[in-house]
Design a protein around this ligand. Sequence first.
Ligand code: SF4
Length: 189
Amino acid sequence: NAGAVTIDMLDPLSRKSFPPCMQQLHQSLRQNHHLRYGGRLQYGLFLKGIGLLLEDALRFWGAELSQSVGIDKFQKAYAYNIRYNYGKEGKRANFTPYSCAKIILSNHPANGDYHGCVFRHTDPALLRQKFQGQGMAAENVAKIVNYVTEGHYQLACMKHFEITQGVKECSFGLQHPNQYFEESQKILN
Ligand code: SF4
């Protein structure tokens, strides 16, 4: 679906179809006009995976990041990394978006980071607050938090998918944030 997604679609798509990890990155980028390296990498590759083309990625990140670091610094220090992620610089490798396993197991987020897996890297009490704050029924919040405390982060995320997308039971095993997005789009379209 390369090229299917444009910048103006990102806000509504993030609310409807992004997995929680990417919702979190999108929201904090929109709010703070900044993400640290780990977040830019995780979110940038996800956006590439859903079909945001390089030109749009440069415009999207440029519009956000230049509000915090200025357009000069964006051009000098950040635009290269975006082109690099799309295989247009350096080794010209074709980088693929990160899987859940990679996000869960590597590059643990520090204070002030927004990357990582929401289920693995959020304190369960905060997670409860977060989903309750989004209006999720207490019994559903409890199901999710239960999986989390048992260390079943992807099952927690599948439960989140079932609840928020209104399906009885996931017909897939969740391995990848881009899979979450694609499965949601299948339901909505
Ligand atoms: Fe993202 Fe995967 Fe964690 Fe869900 S389980 S929040 S898709 S990393």
